[in-house]
Write a protein that binds this ligand. Structure first.
Ligand SMILES: O=C(O)CCC(=O)C(=O)O
Length: 322
Protein backbone atom coordinates (compact mmCIF):
# COMPACT_ATOMS: atom_id res chain seq x y z
CA UNK A 1 0.00 0.00 0.00
CA UNK A 2 1.38 3.43 -0.86
CA UNK A 3 1.31 6.24 1.67
CA UNK A 4 -1.15 9.05 0.87
CA UNK A 5 0.53 12.29 -0.21
CA UNK A 6 1.04 14.69 2.71
CA UNK A 7 -1.40 17.59 3.02
CA UNK A 8 -0.15 20.69 1.31
CA UNK A 9 1.54 23.16 3.56
CA UNK A 10 -0.91 25.98 3.00
CA UNK A 11 1.72 28.68 3.58
CA UNK A 12 4.40 27.51 1.23
CA UNK A 13 1.94 27.25 -1.66
CA UNK A 14 2.97 30.29 -3.67
CA UNK A 15 -0.13 32.02 -5.01
CA UNK A 16 0.24 35.02 -7.25
CA UNK A 17 -2.40 37.12 -8.98
CA UNK A 18 -2.03 35.01 -12.13
CA UNK A 19 -2.98 31.78 -10.31
CA UNK A 20 -6.55 32.92 -9.73
CA UNK A 21 -9.80 32.40 -11.54
CA UNK A 22 -12.36 35.16 -11.20
CA UNK A 23 -14.93 34.94 -8.42
CA UNK A 24 -18.35 34.14 -9.92
CA UNK A 25 -20.60 37.18 -9.60
CA UNK A 26 -24.02 36.13 -8.24
CA UNK A 27 -25.69 39.54 -8.46
CA UNK A 28 -28.17 38.17 -11.03
CA UNK A 29 -29.41 35.61 -8.46
CA UNK A 30 -30.28 38.14 -5.75
CA UNK A 31 -33.98 37.97 -6.63
CA UNK A 32 -33.97 34.17 -6.67
CA UNK A 33 -33.26 32.80 -3.15
CA UNK A 34 -33.56 29.19 -4.28
CA UNK A 35 -30.89 29.63 -6.96
CA UNK A 36 -28.77 31.65 -4.56
CA UNK A 37 -28.80 28.83 -2.03
CA UNK A 38 -28.08 26.23 -4.69
CA UNK A 39 -24.96 28.13 -5.74
CA UNK A 40 -23.92 28.69 -2.13
CA UNK A 41 -24.33 24.93 -1.48
CA UNK A 42 -22.30 24.04 -4.56
CA UNK A 43 -19.43 26.53 -4.24
CA UNK A 44 -19.36 27.44 -0.55
CA UNK A 45 -19.19 31.12 -1.46
CA UNK A 46 -21.13 33.92 -3.14
CA UNK A 47 -19.71 37.11 -4.57
CA UNK A 48 -21.58 40.29 -5.41
CA UNK A 49 -20.43 43.41 -7.18
CA UNK A 50 -21.74 46.64 -5.59
CA UNK A 51 -24.02 44.94 -3.07
CA UNK A 52 -23.38 47.81 -0.66
CA UNK A 53 -23.64 51.47 -1.63
CA UNK A 54 -20.12 52.68 -2.37
CA UNK A 55 -20.63 55.84 -0.33
CA UNK A 56 -21.65 53.88 2.80
CA UNK A 57 -18.43 51.87 2.55
CA UNK A 58 -16.27 54.92 1.88
CA UNK A 59 -17.72 56.62 4.96
CA UNK A 60 -16.41 53.74 7.11
CA UNK A 61 -13.11 53.91 5.25
CA UNK A 62 -12.70 57.62 5.97
CA UNK A 63 -13.59 57.17 9.64
CA UNK A 64 -11.08 54.37 10.10
CA UNK A 65 -8.36 56.14 8.13
CA UNK A 66 -8.81 59.18 10.37
CA UNK A 67 -8.14 56.92 13.39
CA UNK A 68 -5.10 55.35 11.70
CA UNK A 69 -3.80 58.80 10.70
CA UNK A 70 -4.22 60.06 14.27
CA UNK A 71 -1.88 57.27 15.33
CA UNK A 72 0.66 58.66 12.85
CA UNK A 73 0.87 55.70 10.45
CA UNK A 74 -0.27 57.44 7.26
CA UNK A 75 1.76 59.66 4.96
CA UNK A 76 0.17 63.06 5.61
CA UNK A 77 1.50 64.38 2.28
CA UNK A 78 -1.07 62.17 0.48
CA UNK A 79 -4.89 62.56 0.57
CA UNK A 80 -6.36 60.64 3.51
CA UNK A 81 -8.61 58.44 1.31
CA UNK A 82 -5.54 56.95 -0.39
CA UNK A 83 -4.40 55.30 2.84
CA UNK A 84 -0.78 55.84 1.90
CA UNK A 85 1.52 54.44 4.57
CA UNK A 86 4.30 56.20 6.42
CA UNK A 87 6.79 53.33 6.40
CA UNK A 88 9.08 54.86 8.97
CA UNK A 89 6.23 55.28 11.46
CA UNK A 90 4.90 51.76 10.84
CA UNK A 91 8.32 50.27 11.37
CA UNK A 92 8.54 51.81 14.84
CA UNK A 93 5.74 49.52 16.08
CA UNK A 94 7.61 46.95 18.20
CA UNK A 95 6.93 43.40 17.04
CA UNK A 96 5.43 42.49 20.40
CA UNK A 97 2.86 45.33 20.14
CA UNK A 98 1.78 44.43 16.63
CA UNK A 99 -1.44 42.51 16.09
CA UNK A 100 -0.41 40.37 13.18
CA UNK A 101 -4.02 39.44 12.43
CA UNK A 102 -4.84 43.14 12.02
CA UNK A 103 -1.71 44.93 10.84
CA UNK A 104 -1.49 47.69 13.45
CA UNK A 105 -0.71 47.91 17.18
CA UNK A 106 -2.98 46.73 20.00
CA UNK A 107 -3.78 50.33 20.99
CA UNK A 108 -4.25 51.44 17.38
CA UNK A 109 -6.80 48.67 16.94
CA UNK A 110 -8.83 49.96 19.90
CA UNK A 111 -9.12 53.29 18.07
CA UNK A 112 -10.30 51.48 14.94
CA UNK A 113 -12.89 49.50 16.90
CA UNK A 114 -14.26 52.75 18.36
CA UNK A 115 -15.39 53.87 14.89
CA UNK A 116 -19.20 54.02 15.06
CA UNK A 117 -19.89 53.61 11.34
CA UNK A 118 -17.98 50.30 11.38
CA UNK A 119 -20.60 48.86 13.72
CA UNK A 120 -23.49 50.17 11.60
CA UNK A 121 -22.46 48.89 8.16
CA UNK A 122 -22.84 45.14 8.95
CA UNK A 123 -26.55 45.80 9.61
CA UNK A 124 -27.12 47.34 6.18
CA UNK A 125 -30.47 46.13 4.72
CA UNK A 126 -28.68 44.69 1.65
CA UNK A 127 -26.67 42.37 3.91
CA UNK A 128 -29.59 41.45 6.16
CA UNK A 129 -31.68 40.59 3.11
CA UNK A 130 -28.89 38.41 1.67
CA UNK A 131 -28.45 36.45 4.91
CA UNK A 132 -32.18 36.17 5.35
CA UNK A 133 -32.16 34.23 2.08
CA UNK A 134 -29.13 32.12 3.02
CA UNK A 135 -29.81 31.29 6.67
CA UNK A 136 -32.67 29.30 8.20
CA UNK A 137 -34.40 31.15 11.06
CA UNK A 138 -33.74 34.70 12.28
CA UNK A 139 -30.45 36.23 11.21
CA UNK A 140 -28.06 37.18 14.00
CA UNK A 141 -25.17 39.55 13.24
CA UNK A 142 -22.12 38.80 15.39
CA UNK A 143 -20.94 42.08 16.97
CA UNK A 144 -17.29 40.91 16.82
CA UNK A 145 -16.47 42.72 13.58
CA UNK A 146 -12.88 42.29 12.46
CA UNK A 147 -11.03 45.04 10.64
CA UNK A 148 -7.86 44.25 8.73
CA UNK A 149 -5.67 47.32 8.43
CA UNK A 150 -2.82 45.47 6.82
CA UNK A 151 0.35 47.53 6.66
CA UNK A 152 3.85 46.87 5.41
CA UNK A 153 5.12 46.07 8.92
CA UNK A 154 7.92 43.49 8.82
CA UNK A 155 5.99 41.18 11.18
CA UNK A 156 3.08 40.56 8.78
CA UNK A 157 2.39 37.59 6.51
CA UNK A 158 -0.57 36.99 4.22
CA UNK A 159 -3.52 35.32 5.95
CA UNK A 160 -2.96 31.57 5.54
CA UNK A 161 -5.42 29.22 3.84
CA UNK A 162 -7.80 28.34 6.65
CA UNK A 163 -11.40 27.72 7.67
CA UNK A 164 -13.25 30.09 9.97
CA UNK A 165 -14.99 27.34 11.92
CA UNK A 166 -12.15 26.53 14.37
CA UNK A 167 -11.73 30.27 15.05
CA UNK A 168 -15.41 31.23 15.23
CA UNK A 169 -16.92 27.89 16.39
CA UNK A 170 -20.61 27.83 17.37
CA UNK A 171 -22.11 26.45 14.18
CA UNK A 172 -20.80 25.41 10.78
CA UNK A 173 -23.84 27.20 9.32
CA UNK A 174 -22.17 30.56 10.01
CA UNK A 175 -21.41 32.78 7.01
CA UNK A 176 -18.59 35.30 6.86
CA UNK A 177 -19.01 38.57 4.98
CA UNK A 178 -15.68 39.88 3.70
CA UNK A 179 -15.93 43.40 2.35
CA UNK A 180 -13.08 45.69 1.33
CA UNK A 181 -13.34 49.13 2.91
CA UNK A 182 -12.23 50.87 -0.29
CA UNK A 183 -11.09 49.59 -3.65
CA UNK A 184 -8.91 46.55 -3.10
CA UNK A 185 -7.18 45.06 -6.13
CA UNK A 186 -5.37 41.74 -5.91
CA UNK A 187 -2.09 43.64 -5.56
CA UNK A 188 -3.23 44.98 -2.16
CA UNK A 189 -3.65 41.43 -0.85
CA UNK A 190 -7.39 40.86 -1.31
CA UNK A 191 -9.16 37.65 -0.30
CA UNK A 192 -9.37 34.42 -2.31
CA UNK A 193 -11.50 31.33 -1.72
CA UNK A 194 -11.13 27.67 -2.67
CA UNK A 195 -14.55 26.68 -4.07
CA UNK A 196 -16.15 23.48 -2.80
CA UNK A 197 -13.85 23.06 0.20
CA UNK A 198 -16.79 23.46 2.61
CA UNK A 199 -18.11 20.05 1.59
CA UNK A 200 -15.53 18.15 3.63
CA UNK A 201 -16.59 19.96 6.85
CA UNK A 202 -14.13 20.78 9.62
CA UNK A 203 -10.50 20.04 8.79
CA UNK A 204 -8.01 19.45 11.58
CA UNK A 205 -5.59 22.34 11.51
CA UNK A 206 -1.89 22.84 10.86
CA UNK A 207 0.29 25.61 12.25
CA UNK A 208 0.74 28.57 9.90
CA UNK A 209 2.08 32.13 10.14
CA UNK A 210 -0.33 35.03 9.64
CA UNK A 211 -3.79 35.91 10.97
CA UNK A 212 -5.22 33.14 13.16
CA UNK A 213 -1.94 31.17 13.15
CA UNK A 214 -3.68 28.09 11.84
CA UNK A 215 -4.00 26.67 8.37
CA UNK A 216 -6.31 24.15 6.75
CA UNK A 217 -5.00 20.94 5.31
CA UNK A 218 -5.41 21.05 1.54
CA UNK A 219 -5.74 17.70 -0.19
CA UNK A 220 -5.07 16.57 -3.72
CA UNK A 221 -8.77 16.28 -4.45
CA UNK A 222 -9.43 19.91 -3.51
CA UNK A 223 -10.07 22.02 -6.56
CA UNK A 224 -6.71 23.36 -7.66
CA UNK A 225 -7.92 26.83 -8.62
CA UNK A 226 -8.51 29.66 -6.21
CA UNK A 227 -11.14 32.30 -6.98
CA UNK A 228 -10.33 35.97 -6.37
CA UNK A 229 -10.98 39.43 -7.73
CA UNK A 230 -9.95 43.02 -7.95
CA UNK A 231 -12.55 44.28 -5.47
CA UNK A 232 -14.20 47.69 -5.51
CA UNK A 233 -15.74 49.43 -2.51
CA UNK A 234 -19.27 47.97 -2.18
CA UNK A 235 -18.36 44.47 -3.38
CA UNK A 236 -19.06 41.64 -0.96
CA UNK A 237 -17.66 38.11 -0.74
CA UNK A 238 -19.50 35.75 1.58
CA UNK A 239 -18.48 32.19 2.41
CA UNK A 240 -19.41 29.33 4.70
CA UNK A 241 -17.49 28.66 7.94
CA UNK A 242 -15.91 25.56 6.34
CA UNK A 243 -14.83 27.22 3.08
CA UNK A 244 -11.06 27.52 2.84
CA UNK A 245 -9.87 31.07 2.14
CA UNK A 246 -6.71 33.13 2.35
CA UNK A 247 -5.36 36.53 1.47
CA UNK A 248 -3.07 37.14 -1.48
CA UNK A 249 0.44 38.42 -0.88
CA UNK A 250 0.41 42.23 -0.91
CA UNK A 251 2.60 43.38 -3.80
CA UNK A 252 1.68 47.02 -3.13
CA UNK A 253 3.58 47.82 0.08
CA UNK A 254 2.73 51.54 0.07
CA UNK A 255 -0.99 51.47 0.87
CA UNK A 256 -3.09 50.17 3.71
CA UNK A 257 -5.30 47.19 2.84
CA UNK A 258 -8.53 47.94 4.69
CA UNK A 259 -11.31 45.37 4.94
CA UNK A 260 -13.86 44.07 7.40
CA UNK A 261 -15.03 40.57 8.09
CA UNK A 262 -18.30 39.97 9.88
CA UNK A 263 -20.20 36.81 10.73
CA UNK A 264 -23.90 35.96 10.39
CA UNK A 265 -25.80 32.96 11.72
CA UNK A 266 -29.24 31.83 12.78
CA UNK A 267 -30.45 32.63 16.31
CA UNK A 268 -31.52 28.96 16.39
CA UNK A 269 -27.91 27.72 16.26
CA UNK A 270 -25.39 27.81 19.11
CA UNK A 271 -22.95 30.70 19.23
CA UNK A 272 -19.52 30.69 20.87
CA UNK A 273 -19.22 33.15 23.78
CA UNK A 274 -16.29 35.12 22.33
CA UNK A 275 -18.39 36.04 19.29
CA UNK A 276 -20.20 38.50 21.58
CA UNK A 277 -17.01 40.26 22.67
CA UNK A 278 -15.08 42.99 20.94
CA UNK A 279 -12.18 42.00 18.70
CA UNK A 280 -9.86 44.60 20.26
CA UNK A 281 -10.29 42.75 23.58
CA UNK A 282 -11.69 45.81 25.37
CA UNK A 283 -15.09 46.13 26.98
CA UNK A 284 -18.00 47.50 25.00
CA UNK A 285 -18.19 50.69 27.12
CA UNK A 286 -14.71 51.58 25.80
CA UNK A 287 -15.79 50.88 22.22
CA UNK A 288 -18.92 53.00 22.54
CA UNK A 289 -17.18 56.14 23.79
CA UNK A 290 -18.37 59.19 21.85
CA UNK A 291 -21.03 57.39 19.80
CA UNK A 292 -24.07 59.46 18.76
CA UNK A 293 -26.53 56.56 18.31
CA UNK A 294 -27.22 53.57 20.55
CA UNK A 295 -29.10 51.41 18.00
CA UNK A 296 -26.23 48.97 17.47
CA UNK A 297 -24.99 48.88 21.05
CA UNK A 298 -25.46 45.58 22.95
CA UNK A 299 -28.35 44.59 20.66
CA UNK A 300 -27.57 40.91 21.31
CA UNK A 301 -28.89 41.17 24.87
CA UNK A 302 -32.38 41.08 23.35
CA UNK A 303 -31.68 37.92 21.32
CA UNK A 304 -32.50 34.45 22.62
CA UNK A 305 -29.11 32.80 22.04
CA UNK A 306 -27.60 29.47 23.05
CA UNK A 307 -24.10 30.46 24.12
CA UNK A 308 -21.35 27.83 24.12
CA UNK A 309 -17.83 27.95 25.58
CA UNK A 310 -14.68 28.11 23.45
CA UNK A 311 -13.26 24.70 22.49
CA UNK A 312 -9.48 24.97 22.34
CA UNK A 313 -9.15 21.49 20.81
CA UNK A 314 -10.45 22.83 17.48
CA UNK A 315 -7.34 24.98 16.98
CA UNK A 316 -4.81 22.33 18.04
CA UNK A 317 -2.92 20.65 15.19
CA UNK A 318 -3.93 17.01 15.21
CA UNK A 319 -4.63 14.17 12.79
CA UNK A 320 -4.20 14.32 9.04
CA UNK A 321 -7.18 14.02 6.77
CA UNK A 322 -5.20 13.31 3.60
O1 LIG B 1 -8.74 39.64 5.36
C1 LIG B 1 -7.98 38.74 5.69
O2 LIG B 1 -6.76 38.76 5.49
C2 LIG B 1 -8.52 37.53 6.38
C3 LIG B 1 -10.00 37.46 6.36
C4 LIG B 1 -10.51 36.18 6.92
O3 LIG B 1 -9.82 35.26 7.22
C5 LIG B 1 -11.96 36.06 7.07
O4 LIG B 1 -12.70 36.92 6.58
O5 LIG B 1 -12.41 35.08 7.70
Amino acid sequence: MTNPPPPHDSDSDALGPADLDDLVDSTDLLDDPRALRARADADGYLFFRALLPREAVLEVRRDILAAVAADGWLDDAAPLEQGRLDHRAIDTIPDDELRDDIGVSEQGYVHIQQVESLHRLPHHPALLSLYDDLIDGSVFVHPRHIVRAMTSHRGLSPTPAHQDFPLVQGTGATWTCWAPLGDCPRSLGSLAVLPGTHRRGYRPVIEAPGAGHIGAQLCDDDLPRWHGADFAAGDVLTFNAYTVHRSLPALDRDHLRLSMDVRYQSTDDPIEARALTNHADVDWATVYQGWGDTTFQRYWLDADLTIEPWDDALIQPSRRIC
